[in-house]
Design a binder for this molecule. Structure first.
Ligand code: DUC
Ligand code: ZN
Ligand code: ZN
Length: 478
């Protein structure tokens, strides 16, 4: 029997399908034994704790510059430190293609920024903003072969958006190569049209961000993206879904047998558009896209987590400091809403905020594990290594105290942002120790400096990205 370097003793192991009492044995950074009464060189008392797979946060923005001069406050170091302190042991941020340029140089530079600095392991998604013939024909296929097997496409934002023809080019490529496509679904022209009218009436304060992106804007784009995917028989994942109408589109697609997956985020469970109306310029802190909706829509999002419409619960961590000329105050405190960088921080609070739903009986422990770890690992080609407490998997584990009540305070978080939208909220359940490939990254609530421990993860071609084999077009056109 292999000598165990570390044993987690007496905890309750939770997977996406089970929960049971067992010790977990770790050697060489992997889980090598799950059994009763294991002994090892070091032993961690997990009595009374849940042994959860470390979270996989598959939608985060770190070290990402914007074309407007904005810059995310978190880099690979602070972002992964904060993630680790909230129970997450893998992140998937984005390397962005600038329009008119290729992708390879941006991807290589981005990966180098993570290597040597990240505390926990990371994969990389691509953001495709200019699917030229060279990008679609050569660069992307080569990048996919190198382990960058997922990309995000935008239907809004001038510097990123693709038209329908370009979306089809990317979706057809994803089908040919077996990659996963993530879609930001909002109708750019509708937003521009509404924004122009709001501007003409002087309605430019942060709260009008929500007015400029009402639910039909998201619903229409969701419907269109799904139809384009159906045309070319390509699975896709609709990211950051905010409410009923988009949920209905996804549910209908799933009921028709299409491989359409859904993701939501904490902001759609806990914030409403009223938060954008905070006094003065403070509403800027809660500007994100799509915007938070209302209480009824929060309920719809909870129900869709329970019923399985959503497979992924990510943070969409987009960390802009409030008091910062590269953050929310990029264009000053009188800035119209369309000049305020979009996004909220949430990499550390993602898992505790959803776990509170377990504590309140809204979702099961198994659903929690599936949504925060197992499903994102599977959907992005990391199964077997990440997202489950299983023999042979990396020893990425969050030892979780389900009874610990904690008030969320920005002062206690480990990101580089000067606020959290969840200030003062009380949640039940928080990680006590977090382990990445057998090494503590958080111990007893305190970060353990692991700069450079995190490795780049090349992703496999994801099983869920496989086409159904029923395109609405003759296959020789694809
Ligand atoms: N919307 C995005 O699409 N990305 C970052 C944050 C946001 O609000
Ligand atoms: Zn987005
Ligand atoms: Zn995002």
């Amino acid at each position: 029997m292999q000598e165990l370097e570390m044993v987690l003793r007496g905890g309750t192991v939770v997977t996406a399908s089970d929960e049971y009492r067992a010790d977990v044995g770790i050697a060489g950074g992997r889980i090598v034994a799950i059994a009763d009464s294991l002994r090892g060189a070091s032993e961690v008392d997990a009595g009374g704790l849940l042994v959860l797979p470390g979270g996989v946060d598959s939608h985060v923005h770190v070290e990402q510059p914007g074309s407007d001069g904005s810059m995310t406050a978190d880099d690979f170091e602070t972002g992964t430190r904060s993630a680790a302190c909230g129970g997450t042991t893998t992140i998937i941020p984005f390397a962005v293609q600038e329009k008119g340029k290729g992708l390879r140089a941006s991807v290589d530079a981005y990966r180098r920024r993570g290597e040597g600095r990240a505390w926990i392991d990371f994969a990389i998604h691509l953001i495709v903003s200019d699917p030229s013939e060279a990008v679609v024909g050569q660069e992307l296929p080569a990048l996919i072969r190198d382990g960058y097997t997922s990309f995000k496409v935008y239907m809004t934002y001038d510097d990123l958006k693709l038209d329908d023809r370009q979306l089809l080019d990317v979706l057809a490529l994803a089908r040919r190569e077996g990659a996963m496509t993530m879609v930001h679904a909002e109708n750019a022209d509708c937003i521009a049209w509404i924004t122009q009218r709001l501007a003409a009436k002087g309605r430019t304060a942060p709260r009008f961000h929500a007015t400029s992106r009402p639910m039909p804007v998201e619903r229409e784009a969701t419907h269109r993206a799904i139809a384009l995917g159906e045309l070319v028989d390509t699975p896709m994942l609709i990211v950051h879904v905010s409410g009923r109408e988009a949920v209905e589109e996804i549910r209908r697609a799933q009921a028709r047998g299409l491989r359409v997956y859904g993701e939501t985020c904490p902001q759609y469970l806990y914030l409403t558009e009223e938060d954008l109306g905070a006094p003065g310029f403070l509403g800027a802190c809660c500007i994100c896209s799509p915007p938070p909706r209302d209480r009824a829509n929060q309920e719809v999002i909870w129900d869709a987590l329970v019923s399985g419409v959503f497979q992924v619960f990510s943070s969409d961590h987009a960390p802009y400091r409030y008091d910062d000329a590269r953050g929310k105050k990029l264009a000053g405190t009188d800035a119209p809403f369309w000049r305020i960088p979009n996004g909220v921080p949430g990499i550390e609070t993602r898992m505790p905020l959803l776990f509170d739903g377990v504590s309140r009986g809204r979702i099961t422990l198994q659903q929690f594990v599936a949504l925060t770890a197992t499903n994102p690992a599977r959907i992005y080609g990391l199964s077997g290594r990440k997202g489950s407490v299983a023999i042979g998997a990396d020893a990425d584990i969050a030892l979780w105290d389900p009874s610990r009540e904690r008030t969320i305070r920005n002062a206690d978080l480990h990101h580089a942002v000067d606020y959290t939208p969840y200030e003062g909220m009380v949640v039940k359940g928080w990680p006590v120790h977090v382990i990445s490939r057998g090494a503590f990254v958080m111990r007893g609530g305190a970060p353990v400096d692991r700069r450079g421990h995190g490795r780049f993860l090349p992703c496999d071609l994801p099983g869920p990205a496989r086409p159904r084999g029923q395109p609405a077009l003759p296959a020789d056109l694809l």
